[in-house]
Ligand binder design. Structure first.
Ligand SMILES: [Zn+2]
Length: 265
């Protein structure tokens, strides 16, 4: 199955599955996109962070933003303990799936921003009340959030993006085993700007394949890349899963799919 992942509401022909941002990292919210798995950027939200800085996740070093953190985040991160914010995401999901032609909901940026986050007053008091280790508590918070979304998404498929790290749940709070019981499938971005060297793709795929029994979709970056390198990467992916999603560039994705289908014959 070949898919396309885009930050617009277009549904070009020639793909088997569509992912379009309903809410992107800039905090912009579109109308529900029919026939697509509507992507919701959960805790990456620049607009909310700018308007409500008290909601931003923090570490001992500072706030999880593009400007304040040593990690140099690609966007600003909301703390996963903020109940009113999480309720707004759950309402967005419920409103979206009430459109009968929406294919599903895809949750992006579902975790904590990094290992040392979040130590805001809400997180510290919630963690201490839990009696769990900090890393276990982080995983519980994220699993509960995804489960709350699932309760409001029962009529449609639910999927999540995982970080391309199958072995360290303590970093972002993603408990793959627990999430498997909730979601219908996973999407893992394995991005490279050129795909000249691709041995690392197989290492990560092998590790994910051993941990995931639900369908696994691998996302490849199709913007400004040589098609022959993109095809080489996709052919390696196909040893592990038939589900490949190309991100952003429709024409490059179509060219790659055409070659992949031709190569089979
Ligand atoms: Zn927090």
């Amino acid at each position: 199955m070949y898919g396309i992942y885009q930050d617009n509401n277009h549904i070009p022909d020639s793909f088997d599955i569509y992912f379009n941002y309903l809410k992107n990292v800039n905090g912009e919210i579109r109308s529900p996109i029919e026939y697509s798995h509507n992507i919701i950027s959960c805790f990456a939200d620049n607009k909310t962070a700018q308007e409500n800085p008290e909601l931003i996740a923090v570490s001992a070093q500072g706030k999880a933003t593009r400007f304040d953190s040593k990690e140099k985040f690609y966007c600003d991160w909301i703390c996963p303990s903020k109940k009113a914010y999480k309720d707004s995401i759950i309402k967005l999901v419920a409103d979206t799936v009430s459109n009968k032609n929406v294919a599903g909901i895809h949750l992006d940026s579902i975790g904590f921003p990094h290992k040392d986050y979040c130590v805001c007053n809400d997180c510290i008091s919630n963690w201490k009340a839990s009696g769990l280790k900090f890393s276990e508590w982080k995983q519980q918070i994220i699993t509960e959030f995804v489960n709350d979304v699932a309760q409001n998404c029962k009529a449609k498929e639910l999927s999540v993006s995982l970080y391309p790290d199958p072995i360290h749940p303590e970093r972002f709070g993603l408990d793959i085993e627990a999430l498997e019981k909730i979601v219908d499938f996973f999407v893992v971005p394995l991005y490279d700007m050129k795909y000249l060297s691709i041995y690392w793709i197989e290492i990560l795929l092998n590790a994910f394949a051993q941990r995931i029994s639900k369908p696994l979709y691998i996302m490849l970056y199709a913007e400004d890349v040589e098609i022959k390198n993109l095809v080489k990467a996709a052919e390696l992916v196909k040893h592990y899963t038939k589900n490949i999603v190309f991100s952003y560039n429709v024409e490059n994705a179509k060219r790659a799919i055409s070659e992949l289908k031709h190569n089979i014959i």
